[in-house]
Ligand binder design. Sequence first.
Ligand SMILES: [Zn+2]
Length: 88
Amino acid sequence: MKPQKKRRQFNDLPREELLKKAEEVIRDYPPESKPEIHFKFTCEHCGERCTFEDANILYEKGECHACGKETEIKKGGFMLQFVLGLKP
Ligand SMILES: [Zn+2]
């Protein structure tokens, strides 16, 4: 097998595990790298994959950006993002 680039994407987990995992992942990075977790969920109405814009918050429900309907988030995934910025 060819080595693959490691992508900072995580598979769907139940809420509790997801939050635990997110905390673990964030702890691996120094605060100055400003890691941000963006939670993802799959719309139960149309199957669209949605990502929350607000960092580090896992809402109870999410509104689908495609169909506009709400999904109760029982499981989901997340992606890790770093805030790049110039020093003041
Ligand atoms: Zn939808």
